[in-house]
Design a protein around this ligand. Structure first.
Ligand code: COA
Ligand code: AMP
Length: 628
């Protein structure tokens, strides 16, 4: 297959003249005011795209498709094995519901620039809430439902929302999760209080309302007048999405309106090969960036039909669930995390459950969220007989950094590689002094500034932290925090993080924040959390604690308390189930805990004794403990 020249043409066109490239791409978006400057290097932390331009993202997702005659096409299909329902919303329907919710929010005082926190399970109202907020030119901040009250509270305190939209409950297999008590606790903990909450009552567990603050979602929408689109600057924020940083405090990644709309619109065709009218399914959650970009915004910007799935790859009801959804809705491209494929493979290794379903609509499977391990990529490729494309990105970029491109013709299948850089990204591996490394050499994967449109231009009200976190180490570059290499063909291999962020079932978590929780236990003197290899989830956290002198309570009790504490403070999503008491932690002579060595031992790898180690016996003790 020699289709790479088309890719090379597009990438080369961008490299030769980025302004002309982005001007052409921006023609896919309806602007209320054309931009004055394609890129303004004086704005923000590294410059901003489409300066002076104005638009409304919700208009581009909904109104313009209805005006263009797409009103009767399904925009969103909500498929919930948790409730046994499938509900399709046409573009006309989705617009009408969004206009009304925008009216309800406006009636509660939400206006351009105000924040709205959305803490909801995978219900269609979550997508409608995002679009309605965008319609008003307000800024949403969606918080994943698997986070605990304390994490929600930190986000409320930072974003200072005027209104919070939530639901009475979420549905996990065999478990109803009451969201409302978590929301109430989070608001109680936060120094900032919202003016109002809109609560979607779900019949599985209705929630008591707080008089004067809480409003019934459905009643408020019914009573509201439809609201039109408020034009905002391309450089105004569309949303803030908090993601794990290296400390306990999450980073509020800002997404602007203009660049975001342009790149997402473009990516649906360039990367995934989809046109208006095609059916697309991203099996993720609206609480993650993948859900923001590819459940809600990109498919709607392009005029596609987006499937929103409230279920799991396995257990709802079985490992054939994904194949059922593909065949029932005639999905053309599926995007999910490798962990979902591993879960299916574990339960149905021969893929027998595919046989019951017609998968002929499926053209390709795209994977992201973590590196796709080659055995899983090969398994899916052989099972489906369709291209399997691993592509790499992060919350900060909002769209893929590297990918395979259906518009240009896919690259030859190289299991384990994340594809090649999308036009817009000048990607290199750098050594620790910031020098570009030759092809094939592993280093700090970094992007030469400026970042392309769509990438987070800053952190919420914290330019300084953005510069410190991403731009300071290598002047002129954005440091991704991932290690990897670019091979001689230009294919990129992303091998893991260079910081203490771990990926658990495609969910990004900070071991630093878990250490903060463990350290807060009264019996703990010091601790370390590492991400150990896990066959299903990719990584799972493991905690090691040294107890304070004189503590002689049973270790099992303390370990159970630590597990409960992380669940209570961070949430079930942390999947923290393994806490071990140790006599001491391996450290360097300067007192730095050797987390890399601990991880290697936990993974059963050779962990050479570093020359700087204070006491080599500490490593031997760990080996013995973990071998038990
Ligand atoms: N609200 C509340 N709790 C949630 C939740 C939500 N939205 N999502 C997950 N949880 C809970 C789960 O119920 C589970 O709780 P438990 O400890 O009581 O069992 C815990 O958080 C961990 O969830 P998860 O990591 O999803 O593990 P799992 O064992 O339930 O399922 C997979 C494993 C692989 C099936 C599942 O992680 C999956 O489908 N992953 C797809 C990957 C994905 O969507 N990634 C997003 C980025 S692309
Ligand atoms: P998130 O911000 O939650 O999307 O997580 C981003 C991080 O997940 C990246 O920095 C990588 O460490 C990892 N990641 C996401 N997709 C991939 C991929 N395709 N290959 C390797 N790592 C990935």
């Amino acid at each position: 297959m020699t289709t790479a020249p088309a890719y090379a043409d597009a990438y080369g066109a961008w490299k030769r003249d980025p302004a002309a490239y982005w001007a052409a791409e921006a023609a896919g978006i309806s602007w209320t005011t054309p931009w004055e400057r394609i890129f303004d290097p004086t704005m923000g932390a590294f410059g901003q795209w489409f300066a002076g331009g104005a638009l409304n993202t919700c208009y581009n997702c909904l109104d313009r498709h209805v005006q263009a005659g797409r009103g009767e096409q399904a925009a969103l299909i909500h498929d919930s094995p948790m409730t046994g329902t499938v509900t399709a919303f046409t573009y006309r329907d989705l617009l009408a519901r969004t206009e009304k919710l925008a009216g309800a929010l406006a009636a509660l005082g939400v206006a351009k620039g105000d924040r709205v926190v959305i803490y909801m399970p995978m219900v269609p109202e979550a997508a409608i809430a995002m679009l309605a907020t965008a319609r008003l030119g307000a800024v949403h901040s969606v918080v994943f439902g698997g986070f605990a009250a304390a994490e929600l509270s930190v986000r409320i305190a930072d974003a200072r929302p005027k209104v919070i939209i939530s639901a009475s409950c979420g549905l996990e297999p065999n478990r109803v999760i009451r969201y409302k008590p978590l929301l109430d606790a989070a608001i109680a903990m936060s120094p900032h209080k919202p003016d109002a909450c809109l609560i979607l009552q779900r019949p599985q567990a209705e929630a008591p309302m707080t008089p004067g603050r809480d409003h019934d979602f459905v009643a408020a929408v019914d009573a509201a007048a439809p609201h039109g689109c408020v034009s905002v600057l391309a450089t105004d924020p569309l949303y803030v999405l908090y993601t794990s940083g290296t400390t306990g405090k999450p980073k509020g990644v800002v997404r602007d309106n203009g660049g975001h709309a342009v790149v997402l619109w473009n990516s649906m065709k360039m990367i995934y090969g989809l046109d208006a009218g095609d059916v697309w399914w991203t099996a993720s959650d609206v609480g993650w960036v993948v859900g923001h970009s590819y459940i809600v915004y990109a498919p709607l910007l392009r005029g596609c039909t987006s499937v929103m799935y409230e279920g799991k790859p396995v257990g709802t009801p079985d490992a054939g669930a994904f194949w059922r959804v593909i065949s029932q809705h005639k999905v053309k491209v599926l995007f999910t995390a490798p962990t979902a494929m591993r879960a299916i493979k574990q339960q149905d290794p021969e893929g027998k459950l595919t046989k019951a379903h017609d998968l002929s609509s499926l053209d390709a499977l795209y994977l992201a969220g973590e590196r796709c391990d080659p055995p899983t990529g090969i398994w899916a490729h052989e099972l489906l007989g369709k291209p399997v494309v691993d592509h790499w990105w992060q919350t900060e970029t909002g769209w893929p950094i590297t990918a395979g491109f259906r518009q240009f013709g896919l690259f030859p299948f190289k299991p384990g590689s994340g594809g090649r850089p999308c036009p817009g990204y000048d990607l290199h591996a750098l050594d620790d002094s910031g020098q570009v490394l030759p092809a094939g050499t592993t280093g700090n994967l970094s992007l030469r500034l400026p970042l392309p449109p769509g990438c987070g231009p800053t952190l919420w009200q914290d330019d300084a932290n953005y510069r410190r976190s991403y731009l300071a180490d290598f002047p002129g570059w954005y440091r991704t925090g991932d290690a990897g290499l670019v091979d001689a063909d230009g294919d990129v291999w992303v091998m893991g993080r260079t910081d203490d962020i771990i990926n658990v079932a495609g969910h990004r978590l900070s071991t630093g924040s878990m250490e903060e929780v463990l350290a807060s236990h009264p019996d703990v003197a010091e601790c370390a959390v590492i991400g150990a290899r896990d066959d299903l989830k990719g990584q799972t956290p493991m905690g090691f604690v040294v107890l304070k002198a004189g503590v002689n309570r049973p270790e099992a009790d303390i370990a159970a308390e630590l597990v409960a504490l992380v669940r209570d403070r961070i949430g079930p999503v942390a999947a923290f189930r393994d806490a071990r008491v140790v006599a001491r932690l391996p450290k360097t002579r300067s007192g730095k805990i050797l987390r890399g060595s601990i991880r290697k031992i936990a993974d059963g790898e050779d962990a050479p004794v570093p020359p700087t180690i204070e006491d080599p016996a500490a490593l031997d003790e760990l080996r013995v403990l973990l071998a038990e």
